[in-house]
Design a protein around this ligand. Structure first.
Ligand SMILES: Nc1nc2c(ncn2[C@@H]2O[C@H](COP(=O)(O)OP(=O)(O)OP(=O)(O)O)[C@@H](O)[C@H]2O)c(=O)[nH]1
Ligand SMILES: [Mg+2]
Ligand SMILES: [Zn+2]
Length: 294
C-alpha cells in the first residue's frame, strides 16, 4: 500500500497500477507499506479485503498515548538530521532505538551539508563520530549541492526504507533528488509560489530507480517510543551489548545501581556518556508511563 488518506488508501497492484481503495469495516487501519488483498470495484477503484501480517511496524504514541503505526514492513530506518534545524540528539537516539527494537537497520543522514563551513563540518563530524563507531552508517548529503546522494542511493537497494526526522530537515527534498522523475511537493516549491510550506502530511511509498522502496513520512516536532517494557530498552543501544549481564544485579537498569558494568564502561570511555543519558531518559519515561497508566 502506497499511502493512507483519511478513509481512502492508495493501493499499487502487481502490475503497477494504482487504485483508490476503501477498506472493509472489520479490518484494522491500514498503513503505508502494508501488503493487502483487494478487489476491484471499478477500473480505478477497489476495496481492501485483507491486510497481510506485517514483518515490522514503526510506531509512535498518539496524543492519548496509544500506539499509532507510521509504516509497515520497513527494514531500514533513515533518520534525517540537518545543520538547520539543528540536531536533537535525544530524538536521534530514540529513533535509532526504535529501529533496533523492531529489527530494522538504522542509517543516519545529515542533510543540508551545504550550509556547513569546513570548521563547523569538522565539529559536527566529531560530535557524530560515536554513531559510525557503533556501526551506524552516517552520510552527509545536500540536495542543493547534490552531495552524498549516490551514496544514499546505494543504501536503498534491496531495502524498504523510511525517512524520518524533524519537520524541515529535507526528507521530501531527498526523495525528490533521489527520484528526479517525481514531482512531489517540498518546501522549496513554496518559496517560489509563496503559498507556505509544503510540509508532508501522510507517509507515501516510492520506488527507487536502482531498486528498493523509500517511504517519505511527515516530519515531527518530537519522537517518542511506543510503550516498551523498560527492561527491553537496553536492546535499543547495541554498544551496551558487551556489558549486559555483567552488572552486579541481574535486573540492573543501568541507572544508579552500584556495580553497573554499563555505567563503568561509560566512565572508562568505552560507551559515549551522552548515549547512556539518552538511554536513561528513555527508561525514566517508560517507567513513568507504566505507573501513570496503571
Ligand atoms: N540549504 C539546503 N536546504 C535544503 C536542503 N534540502 C532541503 N532543503 C530545504 O529545506 C526546506 C524543507 O525541505 P523539505 O524537503 O520540505 O523538508 P521535510 O523534512 O520533508 O519537511 P516535512 O515534510 O515538514 O517533514 C525546503 O525549503 C528545502 O528547500 C539542502 O540540502 N540544503
Ligand atoms: Mg516532507
Ligand atoms: Zn547495569
Amino acid at each position: 500500500m502506497l499511502a493512507h488518506y483519511g478513509q481512502a488508501s492508495l493501493v499499487e497492484t502487481g502490475n503497477g497500477d494504482v487504485l483508490r481503495c476503501s477498506t472493509r469495516k472489520n479490518l484494522p487501519r491500514t498503513v503505508c507499506g502494508d501488503r493487502v488483498h483487494w478487489q476491484a470495484s471499478n477500473p480505478r477503484e477497489g476495496v481492501i479485503t485483507a491486510v497481510l501480517e506485517r514483518d515490522t511496524v514503526l510506531a509512535r504514541p498518539d496524543q492519548s498515548g496509544r500506539s499509532r503505526a507510521i509504516a509497515a514492513n520497513i527494514d531500514q530506518v533513515i533518520v534525517v538530521i540537518a545543520s538547520k534545524p539543528s540536531c536533537e540528539y535525544g530524538m536521534l537516539d530514540r529513533y535509532l532505538a526504535a529501529a533496533e527494537l523492531i529489527g530494522a537497520s538504522p542509517l543516519i543522514v545529515l542533510n543540508k551539508a551545504d550550509l556547513l563551513d569546513a570548521d563547523s563540518r569538522t565539529k559536527l563530524e566529531q560530535r557524530l563520530a560515536v554513531y559510525p563507531a557503533i556501526g551506524y552508517p552516517l552520510i552527509f548529503t545536500s540536495t542543493r549541492a547534490a552531495d552524498g546522494l549516490k551514496d544514499l542511493h546505494e543504501h536503498l537497494k534491496g531495502h524498504i526504507s523510511i525517512l524520518v526526522g524533524q519537520s524541515g530537515v529535507g526528507k521530501s527534498s531527498l526523495v525528490q533528488s533521489l527520484l528526479p522523475d517525481l514531482d512531489i511537493r517540498t518546501g522549496s516549491l513554496s518559496q517560489v509560489t509563496g503559498l507556505g510550506r509544503h510540509t508532508t502530511t501522510v507517509a507515501m511509498l516510492y520506488h527507487a530507480p536502482g531498486g528498493g522502496d523509500l517511504i517519505d513520512s511527515p516530519g515531527v516536532r518530537d519522537f517518542s517510543l511506543s510503550k516498551v517494557a523498560p527492561e527491553l530498552l537496553e536492546k535499543g543501544f547495541p554498544e551496551f551489548a558487551p556489558y549486559l549481564g555483567q552488572c552486579r544485579f541481574h535486573n540492573c537498569r543501568h541507572l544508579v545501581e552500584p556495580g553497573c558494568a554499563v555505567h563503568n564502561a561509560a566512565r572508562d570511555g568505552a560507551i559515549n556518556p551522552r548515549r547512556l543519558d539518552s538511554y536513561r531518559e528513555l527508561v525514566k519515561a517508560m517507567s513513568q508511563e507504566a505507573v501513570g497508566r496503571r
